[in-house]
Design a protein around this ligand. Structure first.
Ligand SMILES: Nc1nc2c(c(=O)[nH]1)N(C=O)[C@@H](CNc1ccc(C(=O)N[C@@H](CCC(=O)O)C(=O)O)cc1)CN2
Ligand SMILES: Nc1ncnc2c1ncn2[C@@H]1O[C@H](COP(=O)(O)OP(=O)(O)OP(=O)(O)O)[C@@H](O)[C@H]1O
Length: 197
């Protein structure tokens, strides 16, 4: 990758992380409720198995989505840092009685139980956190490449799993610099609207 592009991505990442961290507690709460409403209205939660995430660094909280899913009998999974495949994620079942522990970034994740791991091919929908997105479905994350690596088989093997980015509307960029390994999103949901790509 050229040095310029690398610097540009780092600057963009700082700028957009700053934006989402600057939102008030009440703006955060309103956004997470609105995201749930937008998903219900568009039937995007009429599925059996979803991957959510627990919020970090100003991300939209999916707590209302998780509670709704539990009420509806939808199975909820969370990303867990892979214990021996660095840079990859596992998706582990999350219930109200899951044993949790913080990962090395301080984000709580379920303690891994083999029977709770869901293969990518069995998931209906993955809600991904993001730092910035654009109207083409390009996504920029925290810079670890965790989602890009883990989700690569969806496109490669043509798996039937929707990728939905979740963001505050202030995380929209005009045009993000794309990398060869970036996995584009199928949809993006914000507190204001749903983009379908
Ligand atoms: N909520 C949430 N969960 C997630 C992710 C995410 O972006 N958001 N991830 C998406 O990949 C994976 C974890 N990746 C992460 C990568 C960097 C940082 C982070 O906060 N980096 C800090 C440095 C922290 C440190 O080194 O101790 C930073 O860059 O300031 C957090 C999560 C899996 N779980
Ligand atoms: N499929 C892949 N195989 C191997 N390396 C990858 C893959 N995808 C990404 N990477 C590596 O991960 C690093 C970070 O990528 P990038 O900056 O695009 O992450 P990100 O999209 O911001 O993070 P994340 O996917 O965790 O949200 C890059 O240096 C890249 O080389």
């Amino acid at each position: 990758m050229s040095g310029d592009k690398h610097v540009l991505r780092a600057e963009l990442r700082n700028e957009f992380r700053h934006r989402r961290r600057g939102l008030s507690e009440s703006a955060q709460q309103t956004a997470s409720q609105a995201v749930l409403n937008n998903l219900i209205e568009t039937n995007l939660l009429d599925v059996r198995r979803i991957v959510a995430y627990l919020p970090n660094d100003g991300e939209v909280s999916l707590q209302p989505v998780i509670e709704y899913a539990w009420q509806q009998g939808i199975d909820v999974y969370l990303p867990v840092l892979h214990p021996f495949s660095p840079g990859n994620l596992l998706f582990c079942r999350f219930t109200p009685s899951s044993h949790m522990q913080p990962n090395r970034f301080g984000i709580p994740e379920p303690v891994i139980e083999v029977q709770d791991i869901c293969p990518l091919a069995s998931l209906d929908c993955i809600f991904t956190p993001l730092v910035a997105f654009d109207a083409h479905g390009n996504r920029m994350g925290m810079g670890g490449g965790f989602y890009d690596r883990t989700l690569a088989p969806i496109r490669r093997d043509g798996l039937n799993c929707q990728l939905i980015g979740v963001a505050h509307s202030c995380q929209q960029a005009d045009l993000l610099p794309v990398q060869s390994w970036d996995i584009p999103l199928d949809k993006i949901v914000t507190e204001q609207q749903i983009y379908s790509l």
